[in-house]
Design a protein around this ligand. Structure first.
Ligand code: PLP
Length: 409
């Protein structure tokens, strides 16, 4: 007889890597609600509510704010595939692995890509980005806000205005930073932003909230070709070249997420429930309290790590508040430490990629997992584990230092 395996019963974990992190139990509960048909008026009401909630999360008035089904990169692909016509110039300032991902995706869309790079652990000055825009005259600048691979956050306040001055669109991947730090889509003149649920939004991976403004709308509508089988007599093919992906075709998704409700894919019901609940939880807490919680947690965690004698990674002035990079000390086997943390304490932390692979650990304190109890548990577990590997430090100091940050908050 074929084995049916055991009923799923995942071991309890504290997910403190760079994502996914622990989902808020309220989100998991929302996901267990009964399914509805995709054109059930109750369900289309939830779709509209989700659009409204994410307008607030993205701090935008953009009508076009909805979900792409898929992980965060599905949101990126939808925007890129719909905007970029082969040969379009795109500028990607790269300060980590996820900048590289933007070149990977835009390359597949046929973009003529220009890049600028800065050492991992640093970010760009606005001037450097403006100089590159002047030199390359891109149609689109694609930038990551928080690059989890390096734990750095690129300041964005001035970039939108720079792009407008030079008639370029600005796209921002805020997957890792959204609701852990400020992101003002409209005030900062960002034309399109995409995200994912599995970081500060405290949901599971599998839904990508996106937003884009009229400038993007105008471009993508020039490429509107409604699928055969669902189009009606009024649908005329636009002059622009067809968008190469059906799944990620923004004009067709706009018809699905608006009053027309023209069938496209079958909306991922349970993921929509999850995304809706994630946004509700964020807005109930409020941005100010949420950003302060992430900043305080970052201060407590970094104080504890420093007290253990560990060296923090990267330019601390631009550190993301929700992920902390720390150098693996010489002679300490980084992966064995991570394995021991998981085995003995049920705590997951991450390493990094490319030039940082095996050189740093990354500790995530995001959304639901951004909590004092997690910081203190992680510090004491890391300390005990390092001791087992023969690392010398003044034991007990880490938790004391973290606690004094909380006491003095
Ligand atoms: C900044 C950033 N962008 C994009 C992604 C890709 O997300 P996904 O794996 O959900 O497709 C990640 C995932 O870690 C990320 O941190």
């Amino acid at each position: 007889m074929q084995t049916l395996y055991e009923e799923l019963n995942p071991p309890p974990r504290i997910l403190m890597g760079p994502g996914p992190v622990d989902a808020d139990p309220r989100v998991l509960k929302a996901m267990s609600m009964p399914l509805l048909g995709q054109f059930d008026p109750e369900f289309t009401r939830y779709m509209n509510e989700t659009m409204d909630l994410y307008r607030r999360v993205f701090q935008t008035k953009n009508r076009w704010t909805f979900l792409i089904d898929g992980t965060a990169r599905a949101g990126i692909e939808a925007v890129m595939t719909s905007i970029i016509i082969p040969g379009d110039k795109v500028l990607v300032p790269i300060f980590g692995r996820f900048g590289q991902l933007l070149t990977e995706i835009t390359n597949r869309c046929g973009a003529d890509i220009a890049t600028i790079e800065t050492e991992w652990g640093t970010v760009f000055t606005p001037d450097r980005i403006e100089d590159a825009i002047k030199k390359h005259r891109p149609k689109l600048v694609a930038l990551v806000q928080g690059d989890t691979s390096t734990t750095m956050a690129q300041p964005l306040e001035e970039i939108g205005a720079i792009c407008r001055r030079h008639d370029a669109l600005l796209f921002v991947d805020a997957t890792a930073s959204i609701t852990g730090m400020d992101l003002q889509t409209d005030n900062w003149q960002i034309d399109s932003v995409t995200a994912g649920l599995q970081k500060c939004l405290s949901g599971p991976p599998g839904s990508a909230p996106i937003t884009f403004n009229e400038r993007v709308e105008e471009l993508v509508l020039k490429r509107k070709h409604v699928e055969r089988g669902i189009r009606d007599d009024a649908d005329r093919d636009a002059q622009g070249p067809i968008i190469k992906s059906n799944y990620f075709d923004l004009p067709m998704l706009m018809d699905y997420w608006s009053e027309r409700r023209l069938n496209h894919h079958t909306e991922a019901t349970s993921m929509l429930y999850a995304a809706r609940e994630c946004a509700r939880i964020v807005l109930m807490e409020g941005f100010e309290a949420r950003f302060a919680r992430h900043a305080l947690t970052s201060r407590a965690l970094t104080a504890g790590l420093s007290a253990m004698g560990l060296e923090l990674f990267g330019d601390q002035a631009h550190k993301m508040p929700n992920v902390t990079g720390v150098h693996i000390p010489d002679g300490i086997p980084g992966d064995a430490v991570r394995a021991a943390l998981l085995e003995n304490f049920g705590i997951e932390i991450g390493t990094s990629f490319g030039p940082l692979q095996g050189k740093i650990w990354r500790i995530g304190t995001m959304g639901f997992a951004c909590a004092k109890r997690n910081v203190l548990t992680c510090l004491s577990a890391l300390e005990a584990t390092l001791r087992q590997f023969g690392y010398e430090a003044q034991w007990g100091k880490a938790v004391d230092c973290a606690l004094s940050v909380y006491d003095g908050q």
